[in-house]
Design a protein around this ligand. Structure first.
Ligand SMILES: *[C@@H]1O[C@H](CO)[C@@H](O)[C@H](O)[C@H]1NC(C)=O
Ligand SMILES: *[C@@H]1O[C@H](CO)[C@@H](O)[C@H](O)[C@H]1NC(C)=O
Ligand SMILES: *[C@@H]1O[C@H](CO)[C@@H](O)[C@H](O)[C@H]1NC(C)=O
Length: 180
């Protein structure tokens, strides 16, 4: 009796786990088809699979919220990385200015993502879309700060690329969630 109780619990748990990984797999599949240039299936799946909150998601809308939260956390950590870089006393002024601009861009992106998340929860999809697109621009604008000087190795390329992918996933998942 006890054993069968446990095994039905295990079964139920496995069922839940497989439902959520199917959700992740299927949604990432759709996303990779909608935006094949940016969204790679592997990155999309491993990004969500690595997030405990995504694993308990039951709808694409849940995944939108999870991905926005992850992007906000990312924006905050990138802000800390920039502050650390700015502690360097021997930065050239052009690099210092660029980093300061990036810091501003990422704090703005955090605010936009917050707005996008709230608008999305309120089913105000137009506003959510505008806010998410505004946040996607941050990494491109940040990267551009360092293009003025030929041969200079930009300091935030890796962070910019990942943040771009994360916010683009949020954008495309929003589209999928709306289509139902
Ligand atoms: C941003 O998120 C990605 C994917 O979750 C992670 O690999 C990366 O370390 C994060 N970057 C920062 C600066 O936290
Ligand atoms: C500080 O900035 C200079 C100029 O960009 C660079 O050469 C040096 O490696 C940096 N130092 C540290 C600790 O990052
Ligand atoms: C940073 O932004 C200011 C104001 O928008 C601009 O004048 C400056 O050129 C930017 N710095 C860099 C390094 O692009």
């Amino acid at each position: 009796m006890k054993n069968s109780h446990i095994s039905s619990l295990v079964f139920f748990y496995l069922l839940l786990v497989s439902v959520s990984s199917n959700l992740i797999q299927e949604s990432c599949n759709k996303a990779a088809k909608l935006d094949p240039q940016t969204i790679k299936l592997d990155f999309c799946v491993s990004n969500f699979e690595g997030n405990p909150k995504a694993k308990s998601a039951t709808t694409v809308s849940d995944l939108v919220e999870v991905s926005i939260e992850a992007a906000i956390t990312n924006a905050t950590s990138i802000g800390s990385i920039i502050s650390k870089l700015l502690e360097n006393k021997s930065l050239e002024s052009f690099e210092r200015d660029g980093l300061k601009n990036c810091s501003w861009l990422y704090s703005l992106a955090g605010t936009c993502l917050q707005g996008a998340g709230e608008a999305f929860k309120a089913k105000n999809y137009a506003t959510a879309g505008v806010d998410i697109v505004a946040s996607i621009e941050a990494p491109m604008n940040c990267e551009d700060q360092f293009k003025k000087k030929k041969g200079f190795v930009p300091p935030l390329t890796k962070e910019n690329n990942i943040f771009f992918l994360l916010t683009d996933i949020s954008r495309v998942f929003m589209t999928i969630a709306q289509k139902g």
